[in-house]
Design a protein around this ligand. Structure first.
Ligand SMILES: *[C@@H]1O[C@H](CO)[C@@H](O)[C@H](O)[C@H]1NC(C)=O
Ligand SMILES: *[C@@H]1O[C@H](CO)[C@@H](O)[C@H](O)[C@H]1NC(C)=O
Ligand SMILES: [Ca+2]
Ligand SMILES: [Ca+2]
Length: 211
């Protein structure tokens, strides 16, 4: 849980594709339901809680469903970082909490030539998806502001340490100064690229092009 927390906070790599290379296949989006009230819309980097049913377009077989299979709980994922298939990253933007969409996703934006499990190679997939909740992602502007206690647009080691302390407590772990200092050093090693002792807002949101 603790290493996961750390991963969640600091090892998220975003995918903004600026300037398209090849024309990419499109996701077909149909809005099935849009709530009257919409406080915010989903965007890259947000964490979304969704319920979904997935079908093969070829014969309508349901291959997975969060609503009807397993523990029947909705699932969390981060939008735009390829935690899920590309078709979700593309097709679930600008949605309100409570909104329902039907996505038709070509194989190139799903499981491609290889397929996966019950999904044969070159399958077009249809998803019925509802967003239950939208939260700020770890690399969002909002998260940065929350961590930047003195509003100077950079994060000091003390601010990051304080943030870790709060996160640990929120998740029910005892604060441990020594442990947090080790984590802070590790974080600065990776994130403070110009080694000035602060994580700037640019360093925080910068796209590490790794995946
Ligand atoms: C639908 O297609 C999948 C994959 O080809 C196959 O495994 C499944 O048996 C088919 N279902 C029906 C009802 O034809
Ligand atoms: C605090 O963390 C350090 C380093 O990870 C560890 O060695 C130590 O046992 C921890 N102390 C407590 C009280 O958990
Ligand atoms: Ca600061
Ligand atoms: Ca820096």
């Amino acid at each position: 849980m603790i290493p996961e927390l750390w991963t969640c906070i600091f090892s998220v790599f975003f995918f903004y594709v600026h300037g398209a290379k090849l024309p990419e296949p499109e996701v077909k989006i149909e809005v099935l339901y849009k709530p009257f009230l919409c406080h915010r819309k989903s965007k890259y980097g947000d964490i979304l809680l969704v319920h979904y049913d997935g079908f093969l377009e070829s014969n309508g077989t349901m291959f997975h469903s969060s609503r009807h299979q397993g523990d029947k709980n909705p699932v969390w994922f981060t939008l735009g970082i390829r935690e899920v298939i590309k078709g979700w990253d593309k097709g679930l933007q600008n949605m309100c909490a409570g909104e329902k969409r039907k996505l038709t996703i070509p194989p190139a934006l799903a499981y491609g030539k290889e397929g996966k499990g019950k999904i044969p190679p070159e399958s077009t997939l249809i998803f019925d998806i509802e967003i239950i909740e939208i939260r700020n992602g770890p690399r969002s502007h909002e998260s940065f502001q929350e961590m930047d206690l003195n509003d100077d647009w950079k994060l000091s080691k003390a601010e990051v340490k304080e943030y870790l302390r709060k996160e640990f407590e929120k998740h029910g772990y005892a604060a441990n100064d020594t442990h947090h200092e080790v984590m802070v050093e590790d974080i600065f090693q990776k994130e403070d690229e110009d080694k000035d002792g602060f994580i700037s807002s640019r360093e925080f949101t910068y796209q590490h092009d790794e995946l």
